[in-house]
Design a protein around this ligand. Structure first.
Ligand code: NAI
Ligand code: CS2
Length: 492
């Protein structure tokens, strides 16, 4: 069978020029999904183009993505990244992946053994927000999470990413090997601290002394990761096939923009990511907050209200001037104002760039995809900023409207009366609230402590503001509400 690895690709496709034989699996990455291919794997590839180095990836999938791993192996671990600009597309073959494992193809032990090999210096992760099994209210491990309960009962047969990491660290300690660094590349605030809390809480349940060993030997650098990478669709794969002249089922399309800010804190070395465009800094937190509130916060606002208004993609919401203005105002008036950034950061320019990125018509990023897992995303995207404003008695009408949009969305019925396919780990709780409430849906949703903490539900004015926005949404629909909540008439 012809694959990307066996054919001569057309001249407009950038192909690797370095010797792959030197690569070793020094980074084990958990979560070979859309994002990792177009971000960390591509950045390492850029580094390898500029410097002779043995840093390579072993990709691991624990949940789903089995066919993807089979396809990846069938094409010698090569795949194409297509960067879709508003006018033109660049195609690049990424070759920084050395090998791959899947729990159902290779078994649990093979993955633990790989992570315990002496050359492994970093375990990185893009496992989605819910992969960390954290209670967002407390930031601690959720000891009632079914995966955690199962892994603590049988630590040699882990299922969660945390369980695998802890089992591999136990094996390394037993073998007298050094530890590795654990690097989260997920969209969660202080992702390094959160990964550390989850892993230490998990290890403490097994053995306090082992947990202290982890604390002294493992580092957990935080990272801010950014590139819009929608899920691959048959249409994007078909157009990439035309450009490559061969099918590539592992190919992924994304926007041209890319950013990676990494806390420089690695116990066993790291690639020279700077050569691939990453920024290595001492403190990532301000960059994370900027991105989570301004980019992801407005993404979620557009996703819930855009979906309700009947817009399938983010670029469709941007073609509606009222949505575009509202997103910009949300960024500037209600998110940027909550941030403390290093001197010289230009948040106005950042917001302008975000609007331009969201507008890219080549990028078919579904509002439904971004709307997924809201219970895991809202705390860092909306709630932290809402708390900031309420402490200062400042108005936040767009955050309130976004939140009301989410509450309407999780009700599972759109403005045309059609069912919404709501995907969320808390779906059962949402359904229970909707099925057993009369007029108190909003109040009951706002009383979910794992999303909203314990103070907001006691703030009567806040609850009634969200209730009013929710009722208005029901009565008038998302388009009218977005238009009437725009606080200035200035068009962006
Ligand atoms: P995806 O759906 O393509 O891949 C998700 C990956 O997570 C899969 O490899 C799956 O095996 C793994 N996974 C899911 N649940 C898991 C669990 N409980 N434990 C372990 N692994 C689990 O999604 P995609 O686009 O790769 O995004 C993944 C994450 O990357 C996002 O949730 C976000 O935190 C981060 N990210 C994504 C961006 C994007 O635009 N797609 C941009 C910036 C960050
Ligand atoms: C999006 C993000 O799916 C979502 O929730 O908001 O994945 C977004 O595309 C990225 O964070 C951009 O870096």
């Amino acid at each position: 069978m012809k694959t990307i690895a066996t054919v001569d690709l057309p001249a407009h496709v950038q192909v690797p020029s370095y010797d792959r034989a030197q690569l070793r699996s020094k980074i084990v990455h958990i979560g070979f999904g859309a994002f990792h291919r177009a971000h960390q794997a591509l950045i390492l590839d850029r580094v390898l183009e500029q410097q002779s180095s043995d840093w390579g990836y072993c990709e691991v999938n624990l949940f789903g993505g089995e066919q993807l791993i089979k396809d990846l192996r069938a094409q010698d671990h090569l795949f194409c990244v297509a960067e879709l600009g508003a006018q033109s597309t660049d195609y690049k073959v990424v070759s920084s992946v050395n090998e791959s494992l899947h729990v159902s193809l290779d078994g649990t032990q093979a993955i633990i053994n790989k992570m315990a090999e002496p050359q492994v210096a970093i375990i990185s992760m893009t496992i989605t927000e819910k992969g960390y099994c954290i209670e967002s209210g407390s930031g601690r491990l959720d000891l009632n999470n079914p995966l955690v309960l199962s892994d603590l009962a049988t630590p040699d047969e882990p299922k969660s990413a945390l369980g695998f990491i802890v089992a591999a660290l136990a094996m390394r300690r037993k073998l007298g090997l050094n530890a590795f660094s654990v690097m989260s590349c997920d969209n969660i605030p202080e992702n390094g601290h959160l990964a550390k809390a989850a892993i230490l809480d998990f290890a403490k349940q097994l053995d306090g002394e082992f947990a202290s060993w982890i604390e002294s030997n493992v580092s957990f650098p935080s990272t801010m990761v950014d590139r819009i990478v929608p899920a691959a669709t048959p249409e994007t794969l078909a157009s990439i096939e035309v450009a490559l002249d061969v099918a590539d089922p592992v190919a992924i399309a994304c926007e041209p923009f890319l950013q990676w800010v990494i806390e420089d804190n690695f116990v066993a070395g790291r690639p020279q990511w700077e050569l691939g465009g990453a920024q290595l800094v001492d403190d990532v937190i301000p960059y994370e907050e900027m991105k989570l509130r301004m980019l992801n916060g407005s993404h979620s606002f557009l996703a819930y209200l855009g979906y309700l208004a009947g817009y399938p993609h983010i670029s469709d919401t941007m073609a509606d001037q009222q949505f575009k203005d509202a997103a910009h105002q949300l960024m500037i008036n209600e998110q940027a104002t909550t941030l403390s950034m290093p001197e010289g950061t230009d948040l106005q320019a950042y917001a302008r760039l975000l609007i331009e990125r969201f507008t890219n018509p080549s990028l078919k990023h579904r509002t439904w995809q971004i709307a997924m897992d809201g219970s895991q995303k809202l705390p860092q995207r909306f709630v932290d900023s809402i708390l900031y404003h309420r402490e200062r008695k400042q108005a936040h009408p767009l955050l309130t409207l976004g939140l009301a949009g989410w509450i309407r969305y999780i009700g599972g019925v759109d403005e045309q009366g059609k069912a919404i396919d709501v995907q969320d780990p808390m779906l059962t709780q949402f359904k229970d609230i909707y099925n057993t409430s009369e007029d108190d849906i909003v109040a009951r949703v706002l009383s979910l402590p794992s999303i909203f903490g314990n103070t907001l539900s006691h703030d009567k004015n806040f609850v009634s503001e969200v209730q009013n926005a929710y009722l208005l949404l029901k009565a008038k629909g998302a388009k009218q509400c977005v238009a009437s909540t725009n606080t200035t008439n200035a068009s962006f």
